[in-house]
Design a binder for this molecule. Sequence first.
Ligand code: GLU
Length: 291
Amino acid sequence: MRRGRLVLALAAAATLTLAGCSSGDGGDDADADAGATSEATEETGGAEGTIKIGIKFDQPGLGYQDGSEYTGFDVDVAKFVAGELGYGEDQIEWVQAPSAQRETLLQNGQVDMIFATYSITDKRKEVVSFGGPYFVAGQDLLVAADDDSISGPEDLEGKNLCSVTGSTSAQRIKDEYAAGTNLLEQPGYAECVTALTAGTVDAVTTDDIILAGLAAVPANEGKVKVVGNPFSEENYGVGIAKDSDKCEAINEAITKMIDDGTWQELLDKNVGASGYVANDELNPPTPAACA
Ligand code: GLU
């Protein structure tokens, strides 16, 4: 049942993606822009130069590098926010932002903003600032499809678990559930899922929305399942340099995106295919006041 639905949903997503490529409004607008000055076309909203945006490259449905294309909810939210800041899509430079490198990338000015399933935490706020949140996920577990021995983090004793270095997911396991659990840390969640399907680990832990995207990939389909018992609240923020002046404008853009229906549209388009359903008591969130 579930399998069939996922396959159909993925096929639908593929169709949407293709439709997006062929029916985009790029052609006409490009012609129209050719005669305009480069610094102030309607398309770019007037910002000059480029903006460097950090995303994940390996999280299907969220931030994913597909050849020369970048897809996912984080990517689309980033495009919307950048647009509101005056940057057209052709002014965006996408930069890979693995979990463990996000603060450093912002501190060194290697990126201007990060949209990468990046939870707002007090610890991170000591060194970077955040706009948002624009989404709330929850930490969960991914296990083998036929494994009924793990229904929550309390069942991890004696198990081999995989998560990602520098993530709140790995940190929470160390802080709260470490006793008796053998934690393997990898650079990305895709590596963890490979370890799970190979039988090297018993479970993978991170945010439910990330796990759902990985579980829906054709190669993993039918082999793994999301437990569906979230045990944290992960408020996804837009990472910016500490005390950056972009926070207010980012929050205005997020509020607009939620109010005009774009947020729901982008979520459905990118994540709907995985079968993931957002917690509607927590979503959509209201951006917090900028510090
Ligand atoms: N949202 C969590 C975090 O920011 C886990 C996902 C990730 O590693 O990107 O650490």
